[in-house]
Write a protein that binds this ligand. Structure first.
Ligand code: B12
Ligand code: SF4
Length: 467
């Protein structure tokens, strides 16, 4: 049985997607896993390779797979909907299976409205997709496969959700041999240009124990965080260097520093190996770092560490985000970054549920302190994604229709949402659109005034309006 895994062609290239060309690790993990069980599999990453829909159809005809798997998130769902529609029109006999963040978080809605998608794999894909392929190959009933949803006699069936109990170390490394490894390119202000194409993402854990109201990562991975061992993680880094010359590792975990000892062990192996690697760390926790760890990370090659702080208001941190942080802890970590010379990048959001103008201003005050320590900040306007607590809040507050369909391009009719039609809608909390924009533009002015990295920050902001 032949399987083709795709990302949809990107119709309107965003600033972000022009700046960074990164692989779909999800598809590469799935390809490696089913390959182990002797399924023929190829990946066509249309986004990375700039492949049009027309060219994709030709490629599908040439490869002639039995099954097509497509991966998409909420932001590129309309590209995916168009892609599956064109595939079904040209090749109606192909079975289309969808996975990834959006199909997992808006399963019922997607299957109800997008009839060209036959089956959805919910959440972590490797084991479920393998079970599904075996089931189809053996001509068995789909009811035997857990964690999938599909239509049967015009009804949508959701098979039971189970947690597969296995060690992440047992997964094969992503199928790098099926990716265009020379193509990837990651722009970061923390590394010189010559390293841009030596940078590669790596995920060392799955899941997040926290429940922030705007985020649904745990709906995809579960609340229990699972770790790869330090040996397994560093082995992958060594392999990426040996086979593809990658020496800068962009760690994309949701909560990389949750287990400090494990991070220290990763550092110890890297330090002992005397490799001259660089680490760009995303998703560290304010409450799970210390000075010793920072020093060790620096020795292991870390050039930056990012934290999701989200707000400078203690009320929002405690009562909305449930982050187990405090403003004082953030200030302390920012000072620690300054002392250890490990650049911290602190992420904030304007427009939390219940946020007042005063609380938004507290965020600006905290940002100012962080910048004064020589660190960087980035700020985004709050957006609503399916499956989040924020989606329910927005419905209760009549900011979203009660029976919302994420397949409707006119989901929200506010001015900003209209300017980025099709993307996830913005949420303005207690403030009016004007007040939110005022806070947002103050943060830009503040940044421009205080920082010498204005250009990068402006790019971040422009991303929002051009996506
Ligand atoms: C790295 C990353 C990025 C990278 C790009 C990654 C890429 N290749 O596109 C960058 C920084 C560019 C990025 C940008 C954004 N991201 Co992002 N990102 C992530 C992150 C941290 C890791 C993704 C990853 O590689 N995971 C590891 C692999 C193994 O997982 P996976 O891809 O999900 O695949 C698994 C399953 O989903 C499933 N699966 C996936 N596809 C398929 C297909 C089939 C056929 C099957 C069977 C199964 C299957 O099986 C895979 C293996 O288990 C995730 C959070 C997370 N922990 O996953 C957020 C996440 C995907 N991002 C998110 C968001 C919101 C964004 C942004 C909007 C952020 C912003 N403010 O700008 C943009 C939008 C970009 C866009 N146009 O889509 C949300 C998506 C929510 C949603 N409803 O779509 C997530 C879930 C974060 C969150 N906490 O909510 N992101
Ligand atoms: S925002 Fe970060 S800490 Fe909060 S639930 Fe999502 S991944 Fe976890």
């Amino acid at each position: 049985m032949k399987v083709l895994l795709i990302t949809p062609p990107e119709k309107n290239r965003t600033v972000l997607s022009r700046k960074c060309i990164v692989p779909s690790l999800g598809l590469a993990y799935i390809a490696a896993y089913i390959d182990k069980y002797n399924f023929s599999v190829e990946i066509i990453d249309c986004r990375v390779n700039n492949i049009s829909l027309k060219l994709l159809i030709n490629k599908i005809k040439n490869y002639n797979p039995d099954i097509i798997g497509i991966s998409f998130s909420t932001e590129n769902r309309f590209d995916a909907f168009e892609t599956v529609s064109v595939i079904k029109k040209n090749l109606p006999e192909k079975l289309i299976i969808a996975g990834g963040a959006h199909p997992t978080l808006a399963t019922e809605d997607t299957l109800e409205k997008i009839k060209d998608i036959d089956i959805i794999v919910r959440g972590e894909g490797e084991h479920v997709f393998l079970d599904l392929l075996k089931c189809i190959e053996d001509g068995n009933n789909l009811s035997s496969v857990n964690n999938i949803s599909y239509r049967l006699n015009n009804k949508i069936i959701h098979n039971p959700k189970i947690i597969y109990n296995y060690e992440l170390d047992d997964l094969p490394f992503p199928a790098y041999d099926k990716l265009n490894m020379n193509k990837f390119y990651y722009v970061s202000e923390y590394i010189p240009r010559i390293y841009y194409n030596k940078t590669f993402p790596i995920i060392t854990s799955r899941g997040c124990p926290y429940r922030c109201s705007f985020c649904a990562t745990s709906e995809i991975w579960g609340h229990k965080i699972r770790y790869r061992s330090p040996d397994n993680v560093t082995k992958e880094m060594f392999l990426l260097e040996k086979n593809y010359g990658k020496t800068v590792f962009w760690i994309i975990d949701d909560s990389f520093t949750q287990n400090i000892e494990r991070v220290e062990e990763i550092c110890d192996i890297l330090i002992a190996s005397k490799k001259d690697y660089k680490l760009i760390i995303q998703g560290a926790r304010i409450n799970k770092v210390n000075e010793m760890l920072f020093n060790k990370l620096k020795k292991a090659g870390a050039v930056s560490i990012s934290f999701g702080v989200e707000s400078g208001s203690q009320n929002i941190i405690d009562n909305v985000l449930n982050k187990k942080n405090s403003v004082a802890m953030v200030e302390n970590v920012s000072a620690m970054c300054k002392k250890t010379r490990l650049r911290g990048d602190f992420g904030f959001i304007i427009g939390h549920p219940g946020e007042t103008e005063k609380e938004a201003n507290d965020t600006l005050i905290l940002m100012k302190k962080i910048i004064n320590d020589g660190n960087t900040v980035n700020i985004n306007l709050m957006k609503i994604y399916p499956g989040t607590e924020l989606e329910s809040i927005a419905k209760k507050e009549h900011k979203l229709p009660k029976k919302i369909s994420w397949t409707d391009i006119n989901i929200s009719d506010s001015i900003i949402s209209r300017s980025v039609k099709g993307n996830a809608p913005f949420y303005y909390g207690n403030m009016s659109e004007t007040e939110v924009l005022k806070s947002f533009s103050s943060s830009i002015k503040l940044y421009n005034y205080l920082s010498s990295f204005t250009r990068l920050f402006m790019i971040t902001c422009v991303n929002y309006f051009q996506r």
